[in-house]
Design a protein around this ligand. Structure first.
Ligand code: C2E
Ligand code: CA
Ligand code: CA
Length: 639
């Protein structure tokens, strides 16, 4: 190793090793599909090859004067170094643009403006063996810079400046992690260049570039926090970040949202299958779009970003996806049908913000919509939904909520038994909005807690006034959202509210529906038991509408089971319906629970129920839900 500059040799070796390491790990993790990935691979390979040619130059340097072969190899290495090095800054510019979510189709034809300095400098390098404009060799075969090299430097500075400019312009499109990685890259590369400029013997520029790119691999190319480890699909956070970048860099795109609608049914068929579903759907989507365009924002919801496609093509995509869901899916050994709705909308025209996009992805499609491919006006339900959400949010300030009461009657004693408290929303813009519409929305956005609290407080105030007791009301039913019951501290909260009013707790009868995921029965049971131990009563609402496990239902200690109106109505329509109602009543009685049947609208229904051993009745036949004052008037009038 006589005469070889060892310090230079070591630094170049380090640069080479770091480049190879980054390249290998990028390839192992298969981050090769996106244009951004490809540019990264080119950058890191170019830096590695540059380090290699510099290494060759360093090793050959001592013998260059004696050996013609060494001189020839030196010329070759210099040429390859310049060819690749000249491309680094323009490539880096494209890389920054991709990371910021900007256009990635930097074809030379479209963007000649950006690329002519690059083309010109490459041309200088290619012609150099004939012209000697960039560099030459003197008598001692030593490298001599020529004017062309300064032009190449100038072009490099230009592209770096453009990159910094783009970074500043699209700063908001980047996550803090990406910002740090890019800034770090700039700082370390500029430091490397400056040191090398000051002292030509410290060849640290390539080392600095390799380290900067290593940082980019860890913070930008790595997708660990963007990918769901089980399915390998981009997660909600990746979707949010990417859409933000696209919006800020003014990309036009279409979003195709696929929502599985029978997932809950499928999940009952076993854990393994429900794990296979997302993978199967993503595999299918991958046949149409690249992997990096597929996201899953929530279980059973997939989003495809279609960049720069014509609206016709997007429509065709949506139809193709829809058609796929008319055929069965093979999951492991099982074959089953998945139901889905496919929604597509363009961004930023129809979908203006990232939260609009997530809103579309998260909002359930109303049962009234029967199409399976939705677009354009079909998406008006989203507007209605957001209007209802607005009404809910301002409802408490504007006093638009009111509690109505619907009386219930004891069938044997032919007298008033109690009343169910039902929430009403009277919005200044939308008019009357019914709970069937707004309760599911409130359950999703968390306002349900405030609503149920409001109702409970109203009922407590009513009970505290002593009027219900005077009217002969034994208890008032209050609906609870099951989601709320599962929250920690729920029992304590309910006790705190009722204690505040100092009322008799058995005057309150909580209603919860049976549609609870089986896994949560244990928790629900604890909640019900502790509230009952405190003196509250409990009813099971909507019996006969869910698909719950009977054994689990009766593990819960309910005082009353409320049979859903649909069971009563179908008993009138057919023999089968009648048998179901009769057997339900029979079974519940054997479990020693009292029974209330709701939805009694006609004398015939009443006559039918009289033949069965039910305890209480509720329905429009007796009274619709009415405001508190009307309830009082109604009861007093019937006394
Ligand atoms: P639900 O608990 O099953 O309440 C009974 C619903 O049936 C009420 O609708 C009531 O007006 C209606 N109904 C009663 N008798 C008859 C009848 O004879 N015929 C017909 N066609 N309907 C009858 P509403 O008030 O629109 O409430 C709908 C649902 O909204 C309730 O169903 C309940 O699940 C939910 N809800 C209402 N208020 C609250 C509340 O304060 N908190 C919570 N969490 N949910 C509530
Ligand atoms: Ca109810
Ligand atoms: Ca009910």
């Amino acid at each position: 190793m006589d005469g070889i500059n060892l310090a230079q040799f070591s630094l170049l070796c380090a640069a080479l090793i770091i480049s190879i390491t980054s390249l290998i790990f990028t390839l192992i993790q298969q981050r090769t599909e996106k244009i951004q990935n490809k540019i990264y691979i080119m950058l890191i390979s170019f830096v590695g090859l540059n380090a290699l040619s510099q290494l060759i130059l360093t090793v050959l340097h001592p013998v260059i004067t004696e050996s013609d072969g060494a001189f020839f190899l030196t010329k070759l290495s210099d040429c390859s170094y310049f060819l690749l090095h000249t491309a680094l800054c323009p490539l880096f510019f494209v890389y920054v643009s991709c990371v910021c979510g900007g256009r990635s189709d930097f074809t030379v034809g479209k963007n000649l403006f950006y690329f002519w300095p690059f083309l010109f400098t490459e041309l200088l390098v290619v012609l150099n063996p004939f012209t000697g404009w960039v560099y030459t060799y003197n008598e001692e075969r030593q490298f001599v810079r020529q004017w062309g090299e300064y032009i190449i430097y100038g072009a490099a500075v230009l592209y770096l400046a453009l990159s910094v400019f783009m970074l500043m312009f699209l700063w908001r499109a980047l996550t803090p992690k990406r910002r740090t990685a890019l800034i770090y890259f700039f700082v370390i590369v500029i430091a490397g260049v400056v040191v090398q400029l000051v002292n030509i013997n410290i060849k640290c520029e390539l080392f600095a570039e390799a380290v900067g790119l290593l940082g980019a691999m860890i913070a930008i190319e790595s997708e660990d926090d963007r990918i769901d480890t089980d399915t390998g699909i981009y997660n909600r956070r990746a979707l949010q970040n990417d859409l933000t970048s696209y919006l800020i860099s003014r990309r036009r795109l279409d979003l195709i949202c696929i929502k599985l609608t029978n997932r809950d049914v499928l999940e009952r068929s076993g854990g393994e299958i429900s794990d296979l579903i997302p993978m199967a759907v993503a595999d299918f989507l991958r046949t149409m779009v690249p992997r990096y365009c597929i996201y899953s924002s929530a279980p059973g919801t997939f989003i495809v970003t279609a960049l720069d496609h014509t609206s016709d093509k997007v429509k065709r995509f949506a139809e193709l996806i829809d058609r796929r869901f008319h055929r069965p899916w093979h999951l492991g050994d099982t074959e089953l049908m998945l139901n889905a709705v496919v929604i597509y909308a363009d961004m930023p025209v129809r979908i203006k913000t990232v939260s609009d996009a997530l809103y579309m992805a998260d909002s359930p499609v109303p049962a009234s919509v029967h199409k399976t491919v939705l677009s354009g006006r079909d998406l008006d339900y989203l507007m209605r939904r957001s209007a209802v959400e607005n009404a809910l949010t301002k409802g408490f300030d504007e006093g638009s909520f009111e509690v109505y009461y619907q009386p219930t009657y004891s069938i044997s004693e032919k007298r008033l038994y109690g009343a169910e408290a039902l929430i009403r929303l009277n919005d200044s813009l939308l008019g009357k909005v019914y709970p069937d519409e707004f309760i599911p929305i409130a359950e999703q956005n968390g306002l349900i807690d405030d609503i149920d609290d409001f109702v409970l407080r109203e009922v407590c105030t009513f009970i505290k006034s002593g009027v219900p007791q005077r009217l002969g009301i034994e208890s008032i039913n209050v609906n609870l959202s099951v989601i709320e019951c599962m929250q920690p501290g729920f029992v304590k909260h309910i006790n705190a509210v009722t204690d505040e009013f100092g009322i008799d707790k058995k005057m309150i009868n909580f209603e919860i529906t049976e549609s609870v995921a089986a896994s949560n029965y244990e928790l629900l049971k604890r909640v019900v038991n502790s509230l009952k131990a405190n003196g509250f009563r409990f009813s099971m609402d909507d019996y006969g509408t869910g698909y719950s496990n009977m054994r689990a239902i009766f593990m819960l200690d309910f005082d009353v089971v409320k049979i859903d109106k649909s069971l009563l109505w179908s008993a009138e329509e057919s023999d089968v319906g009648r048998i179901i109602l009769e057997s339900s009543v029979h079974m519940i009685k054997q479990m020693n629970r009292e029974i209330l049947v709701e939805g009694v609208e006609t004398q015939q229904q009443l006559d039918l129920l009289k033949t069965l051993s039910v305890d209480y009745l509720q329905g429009y036949f007796f009274s619709r839900p009415v405001p508190r004052s009307e309830l009082i008037a109604l009861i007093e009038q019937n006394k």
